[in-house]
Design a protein around this ligand. Structure first.
Ligand code: IMP
Length: 182
């Protein structure tokens, strides 16, 4: 793990290692597999940030009949939420009667999650579960609570393992937090 990462003039320090991520991905995958036993889930990966988490989680859950699809929303500019959620790429697949598992990178204000769930409910799925890699409960503006959380964290800006700063550093294998000494 690199000591520090600098991007766009901001410094980030190590926060969650790849081994800690792998252990929590396994724990969440075990819980989810147990809860959706006998069902045929549709995993909905929320682009872009959740692509790496979704790839690891879905492989760990290991249900060969599961379907995988993608949706895309944006709300962030730089290191803060704009408060407005935009759907960039919607779902074309019919989800009526399906057991949907939304896979998100991070729940911050909860606006994206609430909007997405409201939207999906109109399409009559049998159930909706919400999995997130990270949850910042102190930033909530909606009271939204994810069903499965790998890590609960304070309201600090983080990068890596799919999470970006203006589109960069999604490639990092570990998670870094903004250096408050900066
Ligand atoms: P929400 O709608 O405010 O809950 O924000 C959700 C989206 O904001 C996430 O899917 C991320 O794309 C982005 N986001 C929130 N916090 C962070 C962060 O600390 N680092 C990078 N992206 C973040």
């Amino acid at each position: 793990m690199d000591e520090k990462v600098t991007v766009d003039g901001l410094t980030f320090v190590p926060y969650i290692t790849r081994d800690e991520i792998a252990a929590q991905v396994k724990r969440v995958a075990d819980e989810l597999r147990n809860d959706i036993k006998g069902k045929n889930p549709l995993f909905l990966c929320v682009l872009n940030g959740a692509f790496m988490f979704a790839a690891d989680l879905i492989r760990e859950v290991g249900i060969n009949d599961a379907h995988i699809n993608f949706v895309k929303y944006t709300s962030y500019e730089g290191t803060s939420s704009t408060g407005k959620v935009k759907e960039i790429m919607g779902l074309t697949e019919d989800i009526e009667g399906m057991d949907v598992v939304i896979v998100e990178d991070i729940v911050d204000t909860g606006l994206t999650a609430s909007m997405m769930i409201n939207d999906l409910k109109k399409r009559n799925p049998r159930s909706i579960r919400f999995v997130t890699l990270l949850h910042k409960p102190e930033s909530s503006k909606t009271g939204f609570k994810p069903d499965y959380v790998a890590f609960t964290i304070p309201p600090k800006f983080i990068i890596g393992y799919g999470l970006d700063l203006d589109g960069k550093v999604r490639n990092l294998k570990d998670i870094y937090v903004i250096d408050e000494q900066d």
